[in-house]
Design a protein around this ligand. Structure first.
Ligand code: NAD
Ligand code: GLY
Length: 370
């Protein structure tokens, strides 16, 4: 398959009043000074990255930003979901305070969702709030985590439990960075792309099915369209419900089961996107058991998840598998007074958020395991 270059960058706007911002999507953006035009100047900027992405891209970003700031500092965090912790967050504060960074300092999150979520949380907290820019370098971060202002770290008892809503000034998705992404991480990102189809856009679901080989081959044009449409859908939802008082929860399709898998296996054992992929099959199966979704649609979602290179069967978390899942899912942020809420789909490109009887959920867990 021949790769197609993207003729010019695309922009998706996220409309949140005085906190609105653009998402720029294109090739060669990192080194292009025009990418950073219009961002506030300051005495200092801090690029927050990790020990995998930093060596690949931090120096290029530092050079591109050098004219805008007196000093551009870089801090490299340890890589991985297991390091989405207070200790890593403190490394960002240590870097800011030890360099006497003031409240105009701009933070740049250069990396995947882990770096993005932690940098955003650090930006929300440092001196009660400093500006930050998302520069996502994984597919997952470009289509989901860099957009919408959810920031967090994990707690041993629950994923993303400590955090804040805090919007970036801009999101810059340089598609070229996806060329160095490990295969497994690309697949994990595809889970969050697939997610948007069943909850919001069946035409997009058709498109993903048709384009899966091009997406897995990292064709820039296919990637650009996937990132653009995913961001458009997410921007539409977040624009209506920034702080998840209702609608935004549909973006968590597959996440209730998925978060249980991540926490139950130990953070980092299954990638977030892998857990979400399998979680979507489980949530679709639950939707069918509750009479909302035809079985053929469950099979369609499972086929697409598998075609993306993702697991479709749940791992065994404990001998009492269903009880362990239920226990972990009760810690989910959508749970209310101990009642677990699931994002269920209807086969028409829409989702509802509601509870389900434990016995039915337990049947689904058993049917989807192994
Ligand atoms: P990640 O940040 O751990 O990145 C995946 C791996 O790829 C890491 O090892 C990273 O170092 C490496 N990497 C990143 N970019 C690379 C590149 N261009 N080339 C080579 N290697 C690269 O994981 P992720 O999948 O990006 O993000 C998952 C996280 O995002 C989870 O913590 C999840 O909770 C969070 N998330 C947040 C939101 C939100 O709305 N804030 C939404 C979805 C997911
Ligand atoms: N990834 C879910 C959300 O941003 O709400």
């Amino acid at each position: 398959m021949s790769a197609h270059a993207l003729p010019q960058p695309l922009t998706v706007h996220i409309d949140l009043g005085d906190r609105s911002y653009p998402i720029r999507i294109g090739q060669g953006l990192l080194d292009d000074p025009a990418t950073w035009d219009g961002l506030p100047s300051a005495a200092a900027a801090l690029i927050v990255t990790n020990d995998v992405v930093g060596p690949l891209y931090a120096e290029r970003l530092r050079l591109a930003l050098a004219g805008r700031y007196g000093q551009v500092h870089v801090v490299e965090l340890p890589d991985g979901e297991a390091h989405k912790t207070w200790d890593s967050l403190n490394l960002i504060f240590d870097a800011l305070l030890s360099r006497a960074c003031d409240r105009k300092t701009v933070l740049y999150a250069l990396g995947g969702g882990v770096v993005g979520d932690m940098t955003g949380f650090a930006a929300a907290c440092y001196m009660r709030g400093v500006p930050f820019v998302q520069v996502p370098t994984t597919l997952l971060a470009q289509v989901d985590s860099s957009v919408g202002g959810k920031t967090a770290i994990n707690h041993p008892l629950g994923k993303n439990m400590i955090g804040a809503f805090y919007q970036p000034l801009r999101v810059v998705c340089d598609l070229d960075t996806l060329q160095t992404l490990p295969e497994r991480e690309l697949s994990a990102g595809l889970a969050e792309v697939i997610k948007y189809g069943p909850i919001a856009d069946l035409d997009f679901l058709d498109w993903i099915e048709a384009q899966m080989p091009a997406l897995r081959a990292r064709d820039p044009l296919a990637l650009a369209q996937a990132v653009r449409r995913s961001c458009e859908i997410k921007a539409g939802v977040v624009g209506q419900d920034e702080k998840e008082s209702g609608l935004r929860a549909i973006l968590n399709f597959g996440h209730t089961f998925g978060h249980a898998i991540e926490a139950g296996m130990g953070y980092g054992a299954w990638l977030h996107g892998e857990a979400v992929g399998c979680g979507m099959v489980m949530a679709a199966t639950l939707s069918a058991r509750l009479g909302l979704l035809p079985l053929a649609d469950v099979e369609r979602i499972a086929r697409l998840v598998a075609a993306a290179g993702l697991p479709v069967r749940a791992p065994v978390l404990a001998p009492e598998q269903a009880s362990r899942f239920l226990e972990l899912m009760r810690v989910d942020k959508k749970a209310e007074a101990g009642e677990i809420k699931f994002v269920l789909v209807n086969g028409q490109g829409a989702a509802v958020v509601r509870g389900a009887p434990d016995a039915v959920v337990a049947e689904v867990i058993d049917a989807c395991t192994g």
